[in-house]
Design a protein around this ligand. Structure first.
Ligand code: SF4
Length: 442
């Protein structure tokens, strides 16, 4: 009897990749094996992203191209954020799709209808997915998602409306997953969540903005202990998506103690009044203060952030404040995204929407500034020595590059993935660097 074969395409962010990993684990447990090509699969799954317009377009294009590529008898299933958010609407507009499966819905069980959504929009269905075993590790690093959903309500963000409030996995479950990954040869885990700094502080309430953790719960931020515990069981632990008020003194110390001095701060803007319009915490001064405090202790610390340009009400003065902040902060990496007006968000009802062309102009200006800063920071690494982890043939990273999103360090293709080695940086190629193998430092 021939085996059932699946093909799974994943769109969107790192968090969706983890969901896919769990879906694959589930399919493998049901006896499915991965097909070499979508045309050979009995089951074709698209794990979609619904974050912004362009992500939705890419998801639909992927569904349509896989509908063409699949065997006529194969089932086409759409799951993930778009499935959960648009359910019936998606099924109505895509007759090619056999099943629209929301979070936690089976991809293989016969369904009475073409649309199966979560019963409760509280993040529970997706959290159950996270609790499932993942597929076998096949690269030296892995994302580990520690919570689902979000208790904040940033003005531009629709995620809580379809992912629900935050539901955290337990520490023993997370550590067990990291131990299992380590046993399978994983050397680096990247902890992720929609609001990582608030892991295990689930409110499950109406989503009032969470106060500054240092001020309200000194010394009791659960992520601090989780970071320490994770670093006991695997070589590298990296944290992504830290809401800036969650970057407490004790969390800074815990991150620095892991020897991965990498700070991914989700800042979104720098103008205080504009951040309030975004329903977010902070201002340029507070952000710079945190960054300086970290650089005092760890001058080589790496900083990444993301920003939204053209959110309603953004004035020339707000934009100038963002430019000034970018110049002052000298972040190593940053992403800039034009505002996307999402149905059901607080921002959708705001006046003073910024002309999209003006938003793109502002984005080009701030991106060009950051580009120069990133280039300079990469060039400054020439001549320095770093310990790198080989991810794939010819591709390695030091602690200063996160997988998938930052540049890489080129190394000889003969070195096996999963190897740690010491290199001296000899050249830069845009965001990427070239590393020459050196004898181990003492
Ligand atoms: S912290 Fe804000 S932007 Fe991030 S998922 Fe939560 S609501 Fe969305």
């Amino acid at each position: 009897m021939s085996e059932n074969r699946y093909w799974l395409a994943t769109l969107g962010c790192a968090k969706n990749e983890v969901d896919s990993d769990k879906l694959i684990g589930q399919l493998v447990a049901e006896g499915y094996v991965e097909a070499d090509d979508p045309g050979d699969a009995d089951l074709v799954v698209v794990n979609t992203c619904a974050f912004i317009d362009s992500a939705r377009e890419e998801s639909i294009e992927t569904v349509l191209s896989l509908a063409d590529a699949k065997a006529p008898a194969a089932r086409l299933v759409v799951t993930g954020c778009m499935a959960e958010r648009y359910g019936q609407q998606l099924a109505d507009s895509l007759p090619e799709v056999d099943l629209v499966a929301g979070f936690g819905a089976s991809l293989t069980a016969p369904a009475a209808t073409r649309v199966v959504l979560s019963e409760r929009r509280d993040g529970r269905a997706n959290q159950l997915l996270l609790d499932l075993p993942r597929s076998l590790a096949n690269r030296p690093w892995a994302y580990v998602k520690v919570a689902e959903g979000c208790d904040r309500r940033c003005g531009f963000c629709a995620i809580p409306s379809f992912r629900g409030n935050q539901r955290s996995r337990s520490a023993p479950q997370i550590i067990a997953e990291i131990e299992q990954l380590a046993e399978q040869g994983t050397k680096e885990v990247v902890l992720i969540a929609q609001d990582l700094a608030s892991w295990a502080l689930d409110r499950n309430g109406e989503g009032e903005a969470i106060e500054v953790l240092d001020a309200t719960t000194p010394g009791s931020q659960p992520l601090v202990e989780l970071t320490r515990a994770a670093s006991q069981v695997i070589e590298r632990v990296r944290l992504l998506y830290l809401y800036p008020s969650g970057l407490t003194e004790s969390l800074i110390d815990a991150i620095l103690a892991t020897d991965v001095p990498y700070f991914d701060l989700s800042l979104q803007h720098a103008s205080a009044s504009h951040l309030r319009r975004m329903r977010r915490w902070g201002n340029a001064e507070k952000f710079l203060d945190r960054i300086e405090r970290i650089r005092d202790d760890a001058p080589d610390a790496t900083f990444r952030s993301s920003f939204i340009v053209g959110y309603p009400g953004e004035t020339e003065d707000d934009h100038d404040q963002l430019l000034a902040f970018i110049e002052a902060a000298q972040l190593d990496w940053a992403g800039f995204f034009p505002f996307s007006n999402e149905e059901g968000t607080y921002a959708a009802d705001l006046d003073h929407h910024v002309d999209p062309e003006l938003a793109l102009e502002r984005m080009a200006e701030v991106s060009a500034l950051q580009d120069e800063i990133t280039q300079r920071s990469r060039e400054a690494m020439i001549g320095q020595e770093f310990r790198v982890l080989v991810d794939a043939a010819g591709v390695a990273r030091s602690v200063h590059e996160a997988p998938d999103i930052d540049g890489i360090i080129e190394v000889p293709a003969s070195i096996a993935p999963g190897t740690f080695l010491d290199v001296e940086i000899t050249d830069s190629k845009g965001y990427d660097l070239v590393g020459k193998k050196i004898e181990k430092r003492s």
